[in-house]
Design a binder for this molecule. Structure first.
Ligand SMILES: [Zn+2]
Length: 420
């Protein structure tokens, strides 16, 4: 029987230190232990550092990572539409092994930044389903280090790409966990609406989750989120449904937004905002004032809806940057969304932890609770406010009671007495 005691842990929302007893890969006890309980136990002193459930990356495209030349970012307009076109030109020339090789670099970076849960949107609008085959293999290869959900995502359209709907269904048969769509990219509004109906039809037929790239455009008339929320509400699928991006919501007039929020609240769907990606992609048709490109994050949170942040891209035809580090995304996201009251800063870490877990629909087994898998991270900070302000790094990540990694404390050399 393997037993470990992680002592002097600072849990989020608590000023007191506690102990975390792990037994047989699970959290056995989360409260101070008596001396007699500690004897004969392996003990690890966390020295008052902040302990969180692992970071959750709910929206990334691991089959696209590092697919651009670092000297020639071919998407000259820097828009979503040109990104899809450039991707379409290169995606047929890749082998399963190549996709896996590049994705491993990104996954390893994600693990080393404290992520243990990933939802990856995989392009299935390609007859050989190369991306999907690669991701299915990686989901298995990495299962002891990360929990991966795969979205069957029709990047070029459920109906605007030949047999897109059939490819999505084939991807489900091959093992995809979540069904995607991209209604704002379909040739017509009608096809966009049809794609949403298809998503729900498939999700209910195969008992799958839903995550739609929804209204990722500055067009204030792109209103697919109202249809997505309505379908989720009518089919009682809200908690299993996610709207990614919803950038157009940042362009809606307030009269429409007020009306929209009624069905959003009734539906209880989840929202993912990709702040760095959409700051980069959106507003490209504007002069000044220039739109920010992100959805109404504080308003959604105030309405009691679940919102989380995600990276989306790492060096692909849509976005030339990205490192897999969610603390960078959080920092950008709270600035662009103006989530900067003290209360919002204290709660900001929820946007890359529990809110992401809720979106991935894993919240019943996620978190630092007795009986759950002993998965957690330790930040180089003793307080959630400082952690966010300083963009604290993750000093160790633990899964089922074992270290995925442990970092040495940072050190530096200096001749300046004042810095010593
Ligand atoms: Zn995406």
């Amino acid at each position: 029987m393997s037993k470990k005691l992680f002592k002097n842990a600072r849990l989020k929302g608590s000023q007191k230190l506690t102990d975390i007893l792990v037994e047989n890969e699970k959290f056995k006890k989360i409260s101070p232990c008596q001396d007699k309980e500690k004897s004969n136990l392996e003990q690890i002193d966390l020295k008052g550092k902040l302990v969180l459930p692992p970071y959750v990356e709910p929206h990334i495209h691991l089959d696209y990572v590092y697919s651009i030349s670092t000297t020639d970012f071919k998407n000259k307009s820097g828009t979503l539409i040109e990104g899809i076109q450039k991707w379409s030109e290169i995606k047929h020339d890749r082998s399963v092994e190549e996709v896996k090789e590049k994705a491993r670099i990104a996954i390893n970076k994600e693990i080393l930044s404290g992520i243990q849960y990933v939802r990856t949107h995989v392009d299935v609008t390609e007859p050989n389903l190369t991306s999907l085959k690669a991701m299915l293999e990686l989901r298995e290869e990495y299962k002891d280090a990360i929990t991966m959900q795969i979205v069957a995502f029709p990047q070029e359209g459920m109906y605007s790409y030949q047999y897109g709907d059939k490819l999505v269904e084939e991807a489900i048969h091959m093992g995809a966990d979540v069904i995607g769509a991209i209604p704002h990219y379909e040739f017509t509004k009608e096809l966009g609406e049809l794609s949403l109906k298809k998503v729900f039809e498939l999700a209910m037929k195969y008992d799958k989750l839903i995550d739609v790239h929804c209204d990722e455009i500055d067009d204030e008339e792109s209103r697919f989120v109202e249809s997505l929320a309505t379908l989720a509400y009518l089919n009682s699928m809200g908690e299993r449904t996610t709207a990614s991006h919803t950038c157009a919501m940042g362009s809606y007039n307030n009269a429409y937004a007020n009306k929209l929020f009624r069905i959003l609240k009734l539906s209880n769907i989840n929202f993912i905002s990709c702040p760095t990606e959409n700051m980069h992609l959106q507003g490209k048709g504007d002069t000044y004032p220039k739109r920010r490109g992100v959805t109404r994050v504080p308003e959604l949170l105030d309405a009691g809806l679940n919102v989380c942040f995600a990276q989306d891209s790492i060096s692909d035809p849509w976005y030339p940057l990205g490192s897999g580090n969610l603390m960078n995304i959080l920092d950008a996201g709270i600035h662009i969304s103006q989530l900067t009251t003290m209360e919002q800063i204290y709660n900001a870490l929820d946007l890359i932890t529990i809110n992401g877990a809720k979106t991935m629909y894993i919240h019943d087994r996620y978190g630092i609770q007795e009986g759950h898998d002993a998965n957690f991270i330790v930040l180089d900070s003793s307080d959630e406010y400082d952690a966010v302000r300083e963009r604290a790094g993750v000093i160790c990540s633990i899964r089922k009671g074992e270290y995925l990694f442990k970092k040495s404390p940072e050190s530096y050399e200096t001749k300046l007495q004042i810095l010593k």
